[in-house]
Design a protein around this ligand. Structure first.
Ligand code: C2E
Ligand code: MG
Ligand code: MG
Ligand code: MG
Length: 292
């Protein structure tokens, strides 16, 4: 059937498959060495209170800089998950998150921003995950209650029974859990209430559509209502405009992440941004701190 599309079509098809395979191999081999070669670095995207716009936390977003240039996580994370390289990389990422949490609390005390960190389904499947995380927590002195583990809705629901066990163990360590990209997967709401979840992150796709699409607005409101009813905090992802912010805020969304406020920053720039706010607002005490 493919051949019938003609020579060019076939040519294109086989080339792209080969290219994909080659690219996957190059990425996988590169990723295996990335940690030792110092090619990984964290960015921190501020998460702000919807009311005041003040920074309350940051999501750690991984960047890979091989000698050839920069590779986007959208390109390498899915491959790292398939090949399993995400496990050592995820361990490196979690350690960075703990390191940042401890550093920031030394700098700002209890007012320090929390640290949100992505955890892949593949990591959740590792039998030793909770034990490994516990060891890193104690080595770094990080406060687990200020670490939020982001697990996508799709990975969570892929194997609820297994995830229930591992997430309960992580929650026992004091770690907090967020459902990432909420609204794009297929959550069983009954299952959701069984999992130790603290935060829902509303996917960027809905936030994007808030201004133009009635359905996006309706879904966003429903998700906020659901989260509130379950006693969860809500973070909206990918907020790029003031209109989106106002809609989310008026519907009771607690926290905002997106280019409208901040892009992912190098750590020095993140620290400077928090310092600047601390200098400006000495008097205005923040009542609405995150999910503790
Ligand atoms: P995510 O966890 O949903 O992270 C949010 C993504 O949205 C980030 O992309 C962020 O830069 C982007 N973003 C934030 N605000 C805006 C906005 O206003 N507009 C637009 N257009 N985009 C915005 P990034 O850094 O490219 O990461 C992509 C995905 O890669 C992440 O999606 C996450 O699934 C994965 N990822 C990143 N770092 C890690 C990691 O350390 N571990 C794992 N397992 N996955 C990671
Ligand atoms: Mg995330
Ligand atoms: Mg997300
Ligand atoms: Mg997303």
């Amino acid at each position: 059937a493919v051949k019938e599309k003609g020579r060019d079509g076939w040519q294109f098809f086989s080339d792209s498959l080969q290219d994909q395979a080659r690219q996957r191999l190059v990425i996988t081999q590169g990723l295996r060495l990335a940690i030792a070669n110092n090619e990984l670095s964290p960015r921190f995207q501020p998460i702000v209170a919807a009311g005041s716009g003040r920074i309350v936390g940051a999501e750690l977003l991984l960047r890979w800089h091989p000698p050839e240039g920069e590779v986007s996580p959208a390109a390498f994370i899915p491959i790292a998950e398939i090949t399993g390289v995400i496990v050592p990389i995820g361990a490196w990422v979690f350690r960075e998150a703990c390191r940042a949490e401890a550093d920031w609390r030394r700098r700002w005390g209890e007012a320090a921003p929390y640290v949100s960190v992505n955890v892949s389904a593949r990591q959740l499947g590792e039998e030793s995950l909770a034990q490994d995380f516990a060891a890193v927590l104690s080595e770094t002195g990080a406060d687990p209650a200020r670490l939020l583990l982001e697990v996508t809705e799709t990975s969570l629901m892929a194997d609820v029974e297994a995830n229930l066990r591992v997430l309960n163990r992580l929650a026992d360590l004091g770690l907090r859990v967020a459902v990432d990209d909420f609204g794009t997967g297929y959550s069983s709401l009954a299952q959701l209430t069984r999992l130790p979840v603290n935060v829902l992150k509303i996917d960027r796709a809905f936030v994007n559509g808030i201004e133009q699409q009635r359905e996006s607005r309706t879904v966003t409101r429903a998700v906020i209502g659901l989260g509130k009813a379950l006693g969860l905090k809500l973070v909206a992802e990918g907020v790029e405009t003031e209109a989106q912010l106002l809609e989310l805020r008026s519907n009771g969304c607690d926290f905002i992440q997106g280019y409208f406020f901040h892009r992912p920053l190098e750590e020095a720039a993140f620290v400077a941004a928090v310092d600047r706010e601390a200098g400006v607002a000495e008097e205005g005490g923040e009542a609405d701190l995150f999910f503790l």
